[in-house]
Design a binder for this molecule. Structure first.
Ligand SMILES: N[C@@H](CCC(=O)N[C@@H](CS)C(=O)NCC(=O)O)C(=O)O
Length: 318
């Protein structure tokens, strides 16, 4: 365990991959796999966004878990009979144990499940979205963007690493810290990185190149939760997102793009964090704020140029 940061994320246990050529044993096949998500979860929401931007909805179905886990972890209590209608299971753990009956680790979303066997293929969230962008190409919609363009991969990987360490994961390290030093370390890394990203995004509309890429999706999923949860619940409170003008406009630009706003569920987000982390919020009171109406206000980022979908087109609104 790090002396500085205490909260150490467990590695993903299931790292099989679905591939275009089927060499992994899991060939890309429409209708065969089910993506299990919680709309509260930033790691799972990456998959929801890229699935929409790429137009994979018909090829890859989605199961949405109840945002509130109980002691059996993620449940399908939003579905009739408390059961996922496609997988026929009540708890995501059933897919984990079907793959490995001796599994003792956490039950996490996102999870990609093979429908015919009911087995979990992968909970390796960073690889899942890369594979949606590359391995699933045959089933992308017409006009789908290239979210992981070959010539930009090194730059995207570098920025993803920095954003993971200092933004996506740092908010959790701040929130789950048990010592002031660990909290302060995460807090300072987070806001130093957000300052650097603000500077970068002052001059360019998107993080890498002039189109939306995987890098933007990964930063967005933390930014969209920032004021609703991380600022308060995880004590990331130097500033609200709405007080960081460049990042706030950048986040609104993405939010207002089809494929982003239609995957965001602030109710699931707030109820998950404030009700599940009883050690941080023992009263179980879910804050009524913040006022979310600002998300729909003009962002003005068009004047930086950029071509959100490159030579492609946005997905049709839901
Ligand atoms: N699987 C990854 C990331 C995904 C993740 O943390 N998902 C959360 C929800 S945001 C989850 O399912 N947590 C339950 C658990 O790990 O037991 C990890 O363990 O680091």
């Amino acid at each position: 365990m790090s002396t500085q940061t205490e909260f150490v994320r467990a590695p993903n246990a299931f790292t099989e991959r679905v591939t275009a050529d089927g060499s992994s044993g899991w060939p890309v096949e429409p209708g065969r796999y089910r993506l299990v998500v919680s709309k509260a979860c930033p790691w799972a929401s990456r998959g929801l966004i890229s699935r929409r931007l790429l137009g994979l909805e018909d090829a890859l179905s989605v199961a949405v878990a109840d945002p509130i886990q109980d002691e059996r972890s993620w449940r399908f209590t939003l579905d009739p009979d408390d059961r996922d209608p496609v997988l026929g299971i009540r708890f995501l753990s059933q897919a984990y144990y079907k793959t490995d009956p001796n599994y003792t680790g956490g039950i996490s979303v996102p999870a990609l499940v093979d429908v015919p066997s009911g087995k979990l293929v992968s909970n390796d969230y960073p690889q899942l979205t890369i594979d949606f962008a590359t391995e699933w190409r045959a089933y992308h919609r017409e006009g789908a963007p290239d979210l992981y363009p070959e010539q930009l991969r090194d730059e995207i990987d570098d920025i993803n690493q920095a954003v993971f360490t200092d933004v996506n994961n740092a908010v959790y390290q701040a929130g789950f810290a048990k010592r002031p030093e660990a909290y302060a370390d995460a807090y300072h890394r987070l806001f130093a990185r957000l300052d650097a990203l603000s500077e970068r995004l002052e001059r360019q509309r998107f993080l890498v190149g002039d189109t939306i890429t995987e890098a933007d999706i990964r930063l967005f999923t933390t930014l969209v939760r920032f004021d609703a949860v991380y600022h308060n619940h995880f004590k990331c409170n130097r500033n609200k997102l709405t007080e960081m003008p460049v990042l706030w406009a950048y986040a609104r630009d993405l939010y207002q793009t089809p494929g982003f706003y239609d995957t965001v569920d602030f109710d699931h987000i707030k109820r998950h964090y404030y009700l599940v982390h009883t050690n941080i919020n023992p009263t179980g009171i879910v804050p009524l704020g913040p006022d979310l109406s600002g998300w729909d206000t003009p962002h003005g980022r068009e004047q930086l140029g950029g071509r959100p979908f490159g030579d492609g087109t946005p997905p049709a609104p839901v």
